[in-house]
Design a protein around this ligand. Structure first.
Ligand SMILES: NC(=O)c1ccc[n+]([C@@H]2O[C@H](COP(=O)([O-])OP(=O)(O)OC[C@H]3O[C@@H](n4cnc5c(N)ncnc54)[C@H](O)[C@@H]3O)[C@@H](O)[C@H]2O)c1
Ligand SMILES: N[C@H](CO)Cc1c[nH]c[nH+]1
Ligand SMILES: [Zn+2]
Length: 441
């Protein structure tokens, strides 16, 4: 990989250097997704079943796993993997538990009390990808905060395996959290089913995939585009955030180990050909060593082809100093940022935007992907500029509540009346004056 010298690039070249490979969703993807969603809205479960047969080669009249299928899948997961699932879930619970909205109350003027009350989102749909690789860790990342929030109805959708079931480790991760409503549906058809509902049996029965209030989870271009489309519908569901192809930016100083830096970059490059990884450093020799390591280590990986495709769109950037490296990162707004420097805490103060930050040489991003406790469903494509990743609060809604005594209405009512009349909304004003003036019926 060629090293780009940041100071020698003009504004256009800098924009090009930080361009994402997968940012442009073609008209074709948009139209494909729109067709699938329209069919699911019109025909419900039948369209979901047809799309799954066409796109995933599996026909299941009822996509929900039976109790027998769930138990059989869990039994196939080795004890060591089940123990790792439990250990990861424990850390996720520990970190996420305090991350919800805090209810609070203020007596704004005597007798006028304003509150924030917190409720779980009632029906949530969790998408667990399984196209390029099944991601049981994503089931944990979404399921743990959903359960902690107390969401009463939780459905999981994940693409089918070749035998028509779901990946056993995905199923075992759901079961670890007590989730047993698992539908083997992937792609845009899964998002459509969760957005519009795809019930089985008689109308009014609760079988099948329920219409969800909010849809969560990462996925490929079709999944991400489908979430964007359903979120734009009037009365449509909410979505968590744009969580598309994985990205990582490493800031490395001259003391960083090029072997470890390259290993971190490759860990995200292996997600898909549209993943992107960048290494930014103030040391040209370090960047050359990282380039050589990327090439050497890529050849040893089972997903070498995917990794090399991702490296095509990846970058090595030489900056004047580490402050400039952070400025480059702030402009890119990476999903993951690793600070492989001698004083990472000091540099953290300058970091303005990133989905998740990893400090020092001994904190590989893989820890966060699986088991440190932070969430791996994170903003991509620059969305870190305005949002963080999934948290417990993502599964809650905050509701305001207020109550006024007659005296408090006497105190604040005239202000409301003045503002209502300034807006020309007399009915608003009279809702107050009728009370203040006593009997004006
Ligand atoms: N940002 C994050 O937080 C985060 C976390 C985990 C994974 N990811 C990303 O999620 C993505 C997972 O993608 P994936 O493909 O492996 O799995 P996926 O489950 O998202 O997609 C598979 C589904 O796509 C549908 N599909 C495939 N080709 C299609 C076509 N031509 N037309 C219509 N539908 C089609 C199929 O129905 C299939 O079931 C990766 O890019 C990974 O980097 C992101
Ligand atoms: N790195 C991905 C988020 O971009 C999450 C993941 C799941 N499994 C491995 N990694
Ligand atoms: Zn990963």
């Amino acid at each position: 990989m060629r090293v780009l010298r940041w100071n020698e690039l003009d504004a256009t070249a800098r924009t090009e250097a930080l361009r994402r490979p997968a940012q442009v969703v073609g008209q074709e993807v948009r139209a494909t997704v729109a067709d699938i969603l329209e069919a699911v809205e019109r025909e419900g479960l039948a369209a979901v079943v047809d799309a799954t047969e066409r796109l995933d080669g599996i026909r299941r009249e009822d996509p929900l796993l039976t109790e027998g299928e769930i138990d059989a899948a869990v039994a196939r997961v080795p004890a060591e993997v089940r123990a790792a699932i439990t250990a990861a879930a424990d850390n996720l619970r520990a970190f996420h538990a305090p991350g919800g909205y805090t209810p609070y109350l203020r007596e704004v003027v005597p007798g006028l009390v304003c509150e924030r009350a917190v409720r779980p989102v009632r029906t949530v749909g969790l998408y667990v990808p399984a196209g390029s690789a099944p991601l049981p860790s994503t089931a944990l990342m979404l399921g743990v905060p959903a359960v902690l929030a107390g969401c009463p109805e939780i459905v999981v959708c994940t693409p089918p395996t070749a035998d028509g079931g779901a990946d056993p480790t995905v199923v075992a991760s759901c079961v670890e959290l007590g989730l047993r409503r698992i539908a083997v549906v992937g792609g845009a058809q899964a998002v459509g089913a969760m957005a519009f509902g795809a019930p089985t049996g008689q109308e009014g029965q609760s079988g099948g995939i329920p219409r969800c209030d909010k849809i969560f989870g990462p996925g490929n271009t079709f999944v991400t585009e489908a979430k964007r489309q359903v979120a734009g519908l009037q009365g449509g569901p909410g979505i968590d955030l744009p969580a598309g192809p994985s990205e990582q930016l490493v800031i490395a100083d001259s003391g960083a180990d090029p072997v470890w830096v390259a290993a971190d970059l490759l860990s995200q490059a292996e997600h898909g050909p549209d993943s992107q990884v960048l290494c930014v450093s103030d040391d040209g020799k370090l960047l050359d060593a990282v380039a050589a390591e990327l090439d050497r280590q890529a050849a040893e990986l089972p997903r070498e082809e995917t990794v090399r495709a991702a490296l095509e769109a990846s970058r090595l950037v030489l900056t004047r100093d580490l402050q400039e490296a952070v400025a480059v990162s702030n402009e890119y707004a990476p999903e993951h940022l690793i600070l492989a420097v001698r004083a990472p805490r000091a540099l953290l103060d300058d970091v303005e935007v990133a989905g998740s930050v990893f400090l020092g040489d001994h904190t590989p991003e893989s820890l966060g992907d699986y088991c440190s406790g932070t969430n791996h469903v994170l903003p991509t494509s620059g969305a870190a500029r305005y949002t963080g990743g999934v948290t417990l609060a993502s599964f809650q809604l905050s509701m305001t509540v207020q109550s006024a005594t007659p005296a408090a209405l006497g105190e604040m009512g005239p202000t409301a009346v003045t503002l209502a009349r300034a807006e020309g909304l007399e009915a608003h004003a009279r809702a107050v004056t009728r009370r203040l003036e006593g009997d004006a019926r």
